[in-house]
Design a protein around this ligand. Structure first.
Ligand SMILES: [Zn+2]
Length: 180
């Protein structure tokens, strides 16, 4: 569940553990992202300006991780997840969400309900970018697959998502493998 078992060397960023339940400036809490190559690939020359203008809303709930508002493009982050989540997962989630920030700025509909989540083009673009970064960190397909698991996607859905973004799902328990 949004867990990676190994520790990976992340770029020099700071992600807060304890946050107020309020709307804040992104760069006040998430530091160093403007220097990350994977982030600069998203926004190019506009990186510093976009991040300095970005707002982040911390909410209190045991459910959910991060998202982007389709009303004004601000980042929405669970304080519980920041406190309890795995550092690599949180880092990759920020990279993923920043792709949605760009999509919002491009006028794209973030939640096009004509697609299911695991097929939605805006999601696939965000996942592909985060997965490129995960591979750069040294994560295997199996580790990336585990990162993709969330409680609101079924096993079939997470497997479809994985295939859509070029991650080879591990064999299903009980099929293909025979243990003596
Ligand atoms: Zn997304």
């Amino acid at each position: 569940m949004k867990e990676t078992s190994r520790k990976f060397l992340l770029p020099e960023v700071q992600i807060p553990n304890i946050v107020p339940i309020a709307m804040q400036n992104f760069t006040q809490y998430f530091k160093g992202f403007e220097k990350v190559a994977a982030v600069r690939e998203i926004f190019g020359e506009d990186t510093d300006r976009v991040l300095s203008e970005l707002k982040v809303e911390f909410f209190s709930s045991k459910f959910g991780y991060m998202g982007v508002s389709d009303e004004d493009g601000h980042l929405i982050v669970s304080a519980y997840y920041l406190k309890n989540g795995d550092p690599t997962s949180k880092y990759l989630d920020v990279v993923h969400e920043l792709v949605h920030v760009k999509q919002y700025r491009q006028g794209k509909a973030l939640f096009d309900e004509t697609f299911e989540y695991h097929d939605r083009p805006t999601e696939l673009e965000a996942y592909r970018h985060a997965v490129d970064e995960a591979r750069r960190l040294g994560m295997s397909d199996h580790e990336i697959f585990e990162y993709l698991r969330v409680d609101w996607m079924s096993e079939d859905e997470v497997r479809k998502l994985a295939r859509n973004i070029g991650i080879k799902p591990p064999p299903r328990r009980g099929d293909g493998e025979r243990v003596r």
